[in-house]
Design a protein around this ligand. Structure first.
Ligand SMILES: NC(=O)c1ccc[n+]([C@@H]2O[C@H](COP(=O)([O-])OP(=O)(O)OC[C@H]3O[C@@H](n4cnc5c(N)ncnc54)[C@H](OP(=O)(O)O)[C@@H]3O)[C@@H](O)[C@H]2O)c1
Length: 347
């Protein structure tokens, strides 16, 4: 069985490629730059394939699973998914971008007909929150509202910073009555104990606004991160700058600055960092609630483990056909089976 890792020389892709090589999976490493690929291929002793995403269909004959680590995924997911559907190859990625989740969800029937798994979001965004959402839906099956949140401790990688800056001018998003609704960024604030003391959280357009509905059927979903007062003020002020920040030259310049100046957490930071994940399901009519929390390794360490394990399980034939979320593919305990993750339920 052959696994192809696309974007294998980016910050995340290289860590994932290393991990899969360490696990003896002998991944084929792919990306658009043959010089950068050559360096990592030599270091890890893996085969390499230099190809732009648009040419993937000519390179998948002997491949069983593609794991895409090249983002922003709005640029890379669709061409790779088309090639995977045509070749009968399972597709996984580490996106957190709502438009990508929604686009792939619309290909559910095509994927089921082709006998292909489409499983985006196998990184920190959205494995812990999605598995916690499914766990909470099991605890409170008639929940009408789901709130999720996380407090990360550790740095950002270049691609995450660039992807986030590319979305800076976009609306926030929440799910209301089953529909995605655009809202201003940080439109709702709430005091939350993510597991590390009470903080003020604000809503962000995290991937679960799309995926948690597919995983749980709960029609109202919002996602929070803690934000200090000064940052909340900046976020609110940035609403007036959105037309400027959204202009293509400004957005492109910000993204290239992020790629140049952001390095990503080093090994020590990945080993020592932690993330606190919180979720609450509630039934609006009865007032009943269920709260659960996770403590996980640092977000990139978790991403590497989750993405590698998800891809291994797809290679082993564990992943169902059609559009999947991490929890519909592998169950709510997928996250607690990863190294260093603990889950607690409030009484
Ligand atoms: N779900 C999660 O929790 C999670 C965790 C980590 C990262 N991510 C996401 O993963 C992505 C990568 O992050 P990173 O920090 O690893 O970024 P990075 O170091 O900047 O690497 C990005 C990789 O994507 C490739 N790439 C970008 N656009 C491409 C395109 N149009 N065609 C082909 N290849 C393209 C780059 O190749 P070139 O060098 O040739 O441009 C590079 O290999 C980001 O979108 C980030 O948000 C998500």
């Amino acid at each position: 069985m052959t696994l192809l890792v696309y974007g294998a020389y980016g910050y995340t892709g290289e860590l994932v490629a290393e991990e899969l090589a360490d696990r003896g999976r002998d991944p084929v490493l792919a990306g658009r730059n043959d010089v950068k690929l050559g360096r990592i291929g030599t270091r890890l002793g893996c085969e390499t394939r230099a190809l732009p995403v648009g040419d993937a269909d000519a390179h998948l004959d002997d491949v069983d699973v593609v794991l895409n680590c090249a983002g922003p995924f709005v640029e890379t997911a669709e061409p790779l998914v088309e090639a995977c559907l045509a070749a009968g190859v399972d597709y996984l990625d580490v996106t957190g971008e709502i438009p990508v989740f929604e686009t792939l969800a619309r290909r559910d029937d095509d994927a089921a007909d082709a006998g292909v798994t489409l499983l985006p979001g196998v990184g920190f965004d959205v494995v812990p929150t999605d598995c916690l959402a499914a766990h909470l839906a099991d605890r409170l099956p008639d929940a009408t509202h789901l709130s999720l949140g996380f407090e990360p401790h550790g740095g950002l990688s270049p691609g995450t910073a660039a992807t986030a800056l590319g979305q800076f001018a976009d609306d926030g998003a929440v799910r209301r009555d089953g529909r995605l609704v655009a809202v201003p960024p940080g439109h709702r604030e709430r005091r939350i104990d993510f597991g590390n003391g009470v903080r003020t959280g604000v809503t962000i357009p995290w991937g679960d606004v799309s995926t948690a509905y597919h995983s749980t059927g709960i029609p109202n979903v919002d996602v929070y991160v803690p934000m200090p007062k000064a940052a909340r003020r900046l976020l609110s002020a940035s609403r007036h700058l959105r037309p400027v920040l959204g202009a293509e030259p400004v957005s492109d310049a910000l993204q290239s600055l992020a790629r140049r100046f952001v390095d990503g957490p080093d090994e020590t930071e990945r080993e020592s960092g932690r993330a606190y994940v919180w979720g609450e399901a509630r039934n609006e009519a009865t007032g009943e609630t269920a709260v659960s929390r996770l403590v996980t390794p640092e977000t990139y360490a978790l991403t590497v483990d989750a993405a590698s394990t998800a891809a291994e399980r797809a290679l082993d034939g564990d992943a169902p056909d059609g559009y999947q979320t991490p929890s519909t593919a592998y169950g709510p305990d997928f996250v607690t089976d990863l190294d260093g993750v603990t889950r607690t339920d409030d009484a």
